[in-house]
Design a protein around this ligand. Structure first.
Ligand code: UDP
Length: 327
């Protein structure tokens, strides 16, 4: 399909990597981003960029019509689990309220293909690992609930509308574009690898481990870290699947094995060659002990291949990206 894709949140961390992947493949992209955490500098060369809110129906309607978009992707949203407990309303407003407005505007405009950023947070604390898409959906944070709300809305709405959707449930996304064009930019760093990389670069005193008494081998939480470029490829494949006439789908995105917080910190120390102080602190609210994806569906339905299943590579690219940013 030569028609453009509208990417809400395309100037953020994951959205910009997907925009780059589409643009690299020659697909025109239109990026809508309010720049609350994203950066215009991450927008691919030659892409249309518009600063605005995905919940702005008139703006979205105009962009879809003006550019003749055939598909959309929705990355925009608020993503910090701990913050969502302190300030649930913005999570419901941005993720659910604006998200639903965006879905509605796109469906009304006749958009047939909708790719949605979902999350492993929809599962809460799983009964068994790895987690398959059919596992119980029991989100334990306002963040997870606000993301699941729109996933459910999409699947209900797509039952009767001609729109089909792909909801990709991300596990822990890490790393940066190998050509150095994008990486983590959010000014409010909460992600483990970003924090550890900042500590390694001497940009923070050290770091905390949020809980070392979990029922895991070393007592710290286990997460399945997926390289952002592999995740971007999953989006390109998901869109191609919908454009071939494939049915709506919901798929986990991860590698199927995890690392503990301590293991990640050790890799950051080793790859950077720098030591930094680490102390144990309280558990963080909303953190399940272990999250590992069963990504069999992504492989089977989309032909996705885990090409960068390498924590050192993720850490190295994150370090290189972070070192280039103004402290
Ligand atoms: N974590 C930590 N110290 C930090 C940041 C994160 O111990 O400074 C832990 C966090 O408690 C969780 C894991 O690292 O167990 C991954 O957290 P992150 O915020 O990167 O992603 P999330 O799993 O919340 O999406």
């Amino acid at each position: 399909d030569p028609r453009p894709v509208l990417i809400a949140g395309g100037a953020g961390y994951i959205g910009s990597h997907v925009a780059l992947a589409l643009a690299d493949a020659g697909r025109p992209v239109v990026i809508l981003d309010d720049l609350s955490t994203g950066r215009q500098a991450l927008v691919p060369e030659g892409a249309v960029f518009v600063r605005g809110d995905m919940g702005d129906r008139a703006l979205v309607r105009r962009l879809l019509a003006e550019h003749g978009c055939s598909g959309v992707m929705m990355f925009a949203g608020s993503i910090i689990v701990s913050e969502s407990f302190r300030e649930p309303l913005p999570y419901w407003r941005n993720n659910a309220g604006s998200g639903l407005a965006f879905v509605e505007t796109c469906v009304e405009a006749g958009i047939r293909h909708f790719v949605y950023s979902s999350t492993a947070a929809v599962y809460g604390t799983p009964d068994t690992l790895p987690i398959s898409e059919s596992a119980a959906l029991r989100p334990i944070s306002p963040y997870g609930r606000s993301k699941l709300a729109v996933e459910w809305a999409l699947s209900d709405i797509c039952e009767t509308a001609p729109t089909r959707f792909a909801a990709l449930r991300y596990f822990n996304v890490a790393g940066a574009d190998h050509r150095g064009r994008s990486g983590q930019v959010s000014p409010v760093a909460t992600h483990l690898i970003k924090i550890a990389v900042e500590a390694a670069l001497g940009r923070r005193e050290g770091m905390a481990i949020y809980g070392d008494d979990y029922p895991t081998a070393d007592g710290t939480c286990i997460r399945d870290y997926i390289h952002v470029t592999d995740l971007a490829e999953a989006h390109v494949l998901a869109l191609a699947h919908l454009e071939r006439g494939g049915e709506s789908l919901i798929a986990n995105c991860g590698y199927g094995h995890g690392f503990s917080v301590r293991e990640v910190i050790d890799v950051v120390r080793r790859v950077s060659g720098r030591d930094f102080p680490v102390h144990s602190s309280e558990r963080r609210r909303g953190d399940p002990p272990a999250l590992v994806a069963d990504s069999g569906l992504l492989k089977a339905k989309l032909g996705w291949v885990a090409r960068r299943d390498d924590l050192e590579l993720m850490v190295r690219s994150a370090l290189e990206w972070e070192a280039k940013q103004q402290p």
